[in-house]
Design a protein around this ligand. Sequence first.
Ligand code: R5P
Length: 315
Amino acid sequence: MPGKGDGDFLIFAGTASADLAASIARHFGVGLGASSVDHFPDGEVSVKLDEPVRGREVFIVQATSPPVNDHLVELLAFADACRRASAKGITAIVPYFGYARADKRHGRRESISASMVADLLQAVGITHVVTVDVHTQQLEGFFRIPVDSLTAVPILVDALRDRLQKGAVVVSPDAGRVRMATEFAHRLQTSVVVLHKRRESGTETKVTHLVGEVRGRACLIIDDMISTGGTMAESIEALLNADASPEIIVAATHGLLLDGAREHLSHKSVRKVFVTDTVASIEKDWPQLQIISVAPLIAGAIQRFMTDGSLSDLC
Ligand code: R5P
């Protein structure tokens, strides 16, 4: 691969993203970098690289998905090991970026954890971050190193296009997702409906307003993530109360699918739930769930990075 030096690079898999990292490596016809991750009885994590990285570009694939703190510290330890072993450049591929929602203070004396995580990643020598559909784009502003935020919207649209009923509208479950919903709608050549959501607690939300027309129309509800599924459940209820057709498809980039999410989404009007593999799925035998891989997207980003190519067509 012409571009960065001799084009020599290694892909390491963190324990949160083992399958995704293996799929990315397969795109290049290479194996994963050899490494071992151990946990001490007290819970401390230790990372060891089992092959040299001196002078090589390394890509560490690790989602900071639940258990968020364990996966985050493992990523930091991976980067620390690479820096101490003289890697040329260290790219953290964080397909799901935990703490991204904590991007501002809601009250006095509150932490901004997203900024703290950005500081930590840079402190251990990470030189470049790649992430997918990060909760807020302004997260990049917490970093002094390049951050490439990719989007899974095109691959989700390709996967669900044929499942959508004619005349279906794209629904943004809150004001924060309007931009993403607009991108879906643009690609599907349809219109956007916006719900206004009030968060009552970490697990409860309430839809207070609906902007747009859904009467008799099928709906595609999109979001960046499904965590407890509470937002989706509230959105489904609000749409059906507004006489939407009981033909609902749900799509989100990050399927955290915590306890209870499946129950929330197992509504008789929900035909299909699309998520990607930015978070390793713990759900088995769920016929409605369809998981689309972001491996080609991330492999494309690595390819362009190694050849100094533009990422414009991927972002
Ligand atoms: C919030 O602003 C996010 O975009 C998601 O809507 C939210 O985090 C989903 O969480 P849950 O599934 O727990 O409602």
